[in-house]
Design a protein around this ligand. Structure first.
Ligand code: HEM
Length: 409
């Protein structure tokens, strides 16, 4: 099993099996190897993954190089999107918002996230009765993440569904081939969406610059760093990145947790009996089935890694999902074990680009799953054809997760 493109369209269980079998095959024979796309390198083992993510001078996040000349409008939209920017600009932009996502500030959001989660479920139960069919991603986990991040940036509630739709479409149509190299048709679609979302955000930014409120868009629109204010394009990049990054992977983490517990009834029974086990279970889901299965870099110079020399200018795909199953790093790595001692996984990356939203993602998923469990005596997941997975293999998790909530009487 070497060709991942055949995974599209397979039923989920076979797809997951084939995906992890591919990674296991490659990992058993090499830490680092040339990919199936010419010139693209793949990293399979934990130690080498950590080495790449920890060395931003050799492994750059700036992929603008791959955007074709006729799609330069995309490069403009990428200006404030600091996940794709190297220091010193990365340091400056990240510094502007990092405090707002610290574990302390995030913890203060707990009551609001809890109220939202309860309201979303209550509305569904009120509408459909105590045995309520629902789509756990599209109607619950997705809206929860989208509303939380949109509120932080002051996006009006009436626009939340539109924002989730854009985020889903943008992530579904990543400007990348299978391993991160540009695909032109996908780029054109993305560029059109980015234009539409960009126009909306510019309007929002100007409104907040004129009438600042207590939200992150207002802060970005009025901050001056080293005597210079951010321009509209940069702010669109920052806000757009958060709306996308803050929405999809977090809702996928909730869905993957529900699915993993559904696949492991003993673990589910333990978590139901002792909700304090849930944070550990979520950490294990992040390791065992991470929402983002890979990270990407571009070498700035010849790089020695895992006994190979990767030439300067090469795209490098770091398989986080493979590093997490490396037997050199984890005992019995394929086993899902909610009691596994907390070891740092790479699901949120590592190094200077470490996920800013990690505390928020953990909080949202914990509250979402806690609310589902406390409101229900049973939760049934439908594993027939109605389960749909994200097209992009960078995101491993369902777009739709139909189920039935049997509420407590
Ligand atoms: C389970 C959910 C999430 C996962 C698995 C995840 C994963 C990641 C990963 C792997 C990176 C590193 C990218 C790289 O190394 O190039 C990253 C970066 C980032 N994430 Fe998340 N993320 C999640 C949720 C969130 C949320 C909720 C937010 C928003 C509040 C967020 C905002 C960001 C930002 C802003 C960056 C860029 C940081 C930088 O470049 O300095 N993420 N995320």
């Amino acid at each position: 099993m070497t060709d991942l493109s055949v995974l599209t369209g397979l039923p989920f269980d076979r797809r997951i099996h084939a995906f992890f079998a591919y990674l296991a095959d490659r990992r058993a024979t090499e830490a680092v190897g040339e990919g199936r796309e010419p010139g693209v390198w793949e990293v399979f083992r934990h130690q080498e993954a950590v080495q790449v993510l920890g060395d931003h001078r050799t492994y750059s996040n700036d992929m603008n190089h791959f955007i074709p000349e006729d799609q330069r409008r995309l490069a403009r939209a990428a200006r404030g999107n600091f996940v794709g920017i190297d220091p010193p600009d990365h340091t400056r932009l990240r510094g502007l918002v990092s405090q707002a996502f610290s574990p302390r500030v995030t913890a203060e959001l707990e009551p609001r996230v809890k109220r939202l989660a309860e309201r979303l479920l209550d509305d569904i139960v009120e509408d459909r009765g105590p045995t309520a069919p629902l789509d756990l991603v599209a109607e619950f986990a997705g809206p929860l993440s989208a509303i939380v991040i949109a509120e932080l940036f002051g996006i009006p509630e009436s626009d939340h569904p539109m924002i989730s739709e854009w985020a889903r479409a943008l992530l579904g149509a990543r400007p990348a081939g299978e391993l991160g190299v540009a695909d032109e048709a996908a780029l054109r679609n993305v560029a059109d969406l980015v234009d539409k979302a960009g126009a909306y955000l510019v309007h929002h930014i100007r409104e907040r610059r004129a009438h600042p409120r207590d939200d992150l868009t207002s802060r970005l629109a009025t901050t001056v760093v080293d005597g210079r204010a951010l321009d509209d394009e940069e702010i669109v990049g920052v806000v757009g990145m958060f709306l996308i990054a803050g929405y999809l992977p977090a809702s996928v983490l909730t869905a993957n947790t529900v699915m993993a517990l559904d696949e492991h009834p003993a673990a589910l029974a333990e978590v139901r009996a002792r909700p304090a086990l849930l944070p550990g279970a979520i950490e294990e889901v992040l390791r065992w089935r991470p929402p983002l299965v890979r990270d990407q870099r571009l070498t700035t110079r010849d790089a020695e890694l895992g006994g190979r020399v990767i030439p300067a200018g090469s795209p490098v795909c770091v398989w986080l999902a493979s590093a997490h199953r490396d037997p050199l790093r984890y005992d019995d790595p394929d086993r899902f074990d909610i009691h596994r001692p907390a070891g740092r996984h790479l699901a949120f990356g590592r190094g200077i680009h470490y996920c800013l939203g990690a505390p928020l993602a953990r909080l949202e998923s914990r509250i979402a799953v806690e609310t589902l469990l406390s409101r229900s005596e049973r939760l049934e997941i439908s594993r027939d054809g109605s389960l749909e997975f994200h097209e992009s293999i960078g995101v491993l998790g369902p777009v739709r997760l139909p189920g039935t909530l049997f509420t407590r009487r």
